[in-house]
Design a protein around this ligand. Structure first.
Ligand code: 3H9
Length: 714
């Protein structure tokens, strides 16, 4: 797990070996302790280089070990022992030095990295802080301001930036181990005192930088504990001697480790990786289905979504034909898209955007591409028309994808010559920025088509999740009962602010009403009109199509209040396009009149009930989705909600949260609410939830196995 070799010229080489990222497992830590001892005792060794196998220095502590008892030598004394060695020790950093990996390097006397290496202290993203001395050594090396930035954001930085900050002593384009060996040979015999970071003074916080940072972090973290603890650890570094600072670091780390948040964030880390290993009910999966290489693609429709998709594709280096049949829209897009591309390329540190974009008003121009993404208006008859056209224009074998947020993929596939080559690609706005992509497979989509769309999503830097073809797919299907409950709560006496505040307190960036105002209330209104739920001739009752219905959002739209774009919606704004939501007396008068009209007596509703009704209805639909095999496992649902719907990451995702609350409790509360609202089917507990409770509420990691077993037996 750590090998030892003596190179000519008295240099000991210690190589960490724990694929794929050389994480610091118990065995690796033991290996390091043993090999460092060996180097220390060997009189022929004058200096030491520590490197990682297979082009990766170290990805940090082994996150998989966090769930069990601590075994093997602890990291902190191991790093102190390295720092105390009286022969120069250098870290030869290739690939990554993250978390405990960078902390190990900070314990070495010198750090030499390859120019392509990435460094960082991302513990905060796992609900932790750099707990192996990183919070105390880094500010001593690079100052408080830079350390604060790296530790509270967890961002990965390039070797060039790390050199500039003073984390690295040298950056090379050549073999990093050779360079490090040469480096330590050169410095052998020089005094090491100034290289031992723990012995250096930490710059004091003269400008109350950390107090100001604490205020900001508390505002921004929306209930997340780790960013606050990171600032507290830096405060300790700035105000206490090193040993006491380390004690504070340990104390804060223990608190975080024992918090549900760290478990949730570590689960979120692994679910992001689990969804990449997709599988379909047919048995096709990531490891038995080959993706096609894509170098030329087309996007049809250059509205907001289409433009974002063009940019996302071009950034991967794909040549894009961007088609828009309306001349005005095409003219606007051909101005806007290159500017968007340039901006986004700049933000990603690319000097020139890699892809080539050509604009056209002629659908014929897509005949030579390998993949088409249709992004026209969300209207089935229009999309069918485009697909009929595409299947006659494109060469055989072209993959046809639809950017839809919930329409039937199979219906689109049915009008093409090769239904197996049709999949949905549900992007989220803005498509070149948002991380989530739902890849929707219909009953006839081929494994190759799914594999290609998943692979393309990955190339675009997205978290791609394969989902089944049902109305709303996974994300929007679950959103429906959530929104529905929010409306029912208004009918019963809550205000939009009370609902939003409860959800924002839970950690959502925006409550449902502020979010609806931002996206535009007419989007849902149009969908409800198409579904025959509202519109001329439909009676304004609280029951539609045999179930409870709230006409409140329709009536708000009928009053011309479409959200931020009209300056009024559930809130009032300074004017059309205004961003700051203020309570609107009109809404309160409107709600009172509505309740009077329907003989509803307003009651005071506690935030706990708001959360239960909204979140448990959403979670219940998640169980229905798992039962219907529209998502392969709870991790898929959780990744969708964390990356696409603003679910607070420190709550892991809706299904993880259900496990944390306790499945028995969720079931009991759903039963209670369904009893009070028997005409709301979404509150009726899902059969899968009942079955899981009946078998003793297994942890979320076991649900997939349980569901698959049940499926085999049914
Ligand atoms: C820490 O260090 C705490 C300390 O301060 C001290 C406390 C006392 N452990 O992402 P990939 C697995 S906290 C275990 O697909 P990439 C990963 O699950 C740690 N496993 O590859 C996956 O497994 P599988 C701070 C890990 O090339 C496989 O490796 N460190 C770890 O796209 C490949 O991963 C971090 O937060 C780990 N530390 O990206 C870094 N890391 O094949 C976390 C990865 O079974 N890691 N795995 O699905 C990363 O950010 C990325 O994995 C990395 C590679 C950039 C390294």
């Amino acid at each position: 797990m750590a090998t030892y070799s003596r190179l000519p010229g008295s240099v000991a080489l210690i190589t960490l070996q724990n694929p794929p990222v050389n994480a610091l497992s118990a065995a690796v830590r033991q290996g390091i302790v043993d090999t460092v001892q060996r180097a220390l005792k060997d009189p022929k060794v004058t200096s030491v280089v520590i490197c990682g196998q297979n082009g990766k220095f170290c990805g940090g502590a082994d996150i998989r070990e966090f769930a069990g008892p601590m075994l093997g030598p602890p990291l902190v004394p191991m790093i102190h022992a390295i720092e105390a060695v009286d022969k120069p020790v250098a870290a030869a950093i290739e690939g990554v030095a993250l978390g405990g990996g960078l902390e190990l390097a900070l314990g070495c006397h010198y750090r030499i990295a390859h120019s392509k290496a990435l460094l960082g202290l991302p513990e905060v993203t796992l609900g932790l802080l750099p707990g192996a001395g990183g919070s105390q050594r880094l500010p001593r090396l690079i100052g408080l301001t830079a350390a604060l930035d790296l530790i509270t954001t967890g961002r990965h930085i390039s070797a060039a930036e790390a050199l500039k900050l003073g984390i690295l002593d040298q950056v090379t384009d050549n073999n990093v181990v050779d360079q490090a060996v040469e480096f330590v040979r050169r410095v052998a015999g020089q005094p090491l005192d100034s290289r031992r970071l723990s012995t250096l003074p930490c710059p004091p916080d003269v400008d109350s930088l950390l107090d100001k940072a604490m205020v900001k972090v508390r505002q921004r973290s929306r209930g997340a504990l780790a960013p606050v603890a990171c600032v507290q650890a830096l405060m300790a570094a700035a105000s206490l001697p090193y040993t006491q600072g380390m004690e504070k670091e340990r104390e804060l780390l223990t608190t975080l480790f024992n918090s549900g948040q760290a478990r949730a964030l570590q689960y979120a880390f692994f679910s992001q990786r689990v969804v990449g290993k997709w599988s379909l009910p047919s048995g096709a999966s990531w490891d038995n289905s080959a993706a096609r290489p894509i170098s030329k693609a087309a996007v049809i429709g250059l509205g907001t979504m289409g433009r974002g998709i063009v940019v996302a594709l071009a950034l991967t280096g794909i040549s894009v034909v961007a088609v828009e049949t309306q001349e005005k829209q095409l003219a606007e897009a051909s101005q806007a898209v290159p500017a968007m591309l340039q901006r986004e390329a700049g933000r990603r540190g690319l000097a020139t955007p890699p892809g080539v974009i050509s604009f056209s008003s002629n659908l014929q121009d897509v005949s030579e591409v390998e993949l088409v993404i249709e992004a026209v208006f969300e209207d089935m008859s229009l999309k069918l028309q485009v697909f009929r056209h595409l299947t006659s224009v494109c060469r055989p074998g072209t993959l046809l994808c639809s950017n839809t947020s919930g329409l039937d993929i199979d219906q689109l596939a049915a009008v093409t010559q090769s239904p197996g080559l049709v999949v949905g690609m549900h992007f989220f706005a803005p498509a070149h920025v948002m991380k989530l992509l739902e890849v929707v497979y219909g009953p006839r989509s081929s494994p190759e088509a799914v594999a290609t769309a998943m692979q393309l999503g990955k190339r675009m830097g997205k978290v791609s999740v394969a989902v089944g073809n049902c109305p709303g797919f996974v994300g929007n299907r679950m959103l429906k009962p959530y929104l529905e409950q929010a409306n029912f709560l208004l009918e019963e006496g809550a205000t939009p602010q009370q609902v939003d505040e409860a959800l924002e307190e839970f950690g959502f960036p925006m409550g449902v009403f502020r979010m609806s105002d931002l996206s535009g209330l007419d989007v849902g209104w149009r969908i409800r009109k198409e579904a025959g739920l509202t519109g001329p001739g439909v009676e304004s009752t609280r029951t539609r199509q045999g179930r409870r219905y709230s006409p409140l959002p329709d009536q708000v739209c009928e009053a011309g209040r479409l959200g931020q774009k009209t300056g009024r919606g559930w809130y009032q704004y300074d004017g059309p396009g205004g961003r700051v939501a203020r309570s609107d007396p009109w809404v309160h008068i409107f709600l009172e009149a509505y309740r009077a009209e329907h003989d509803l007596v307003a009651r005071s509703i506690a935030p706990e009930e708001i959360l239960e009704r909204c979140l448990y209805a959403l979670i219940n639909e998640g169980f229905n989705i798992l039962q219907d095999a529209m998502a392969a496992g709870p991790e898929d649902i959780d990744a969708i909600y964390v990356f696409g719907y603003g679910w607070p990451r420190h709550h892991g995702g809706p299904m993880f949260h259900a496990g944390q609350v306790g499945l028995g409790r969720i079931l009991e509360r759903l039963q209670h609410h369904h009893h009070n609202h028997p005409d709301v089917p979404h509150l009726k507990p899902s059969t899968l939830l009942r079955r899981l409770v009946a078998v003793g509420s297994p942890p979320v990691q076991k649900w997939r196995e349980f569901i698959n077993k049940e499926r085999v037996h049914s």
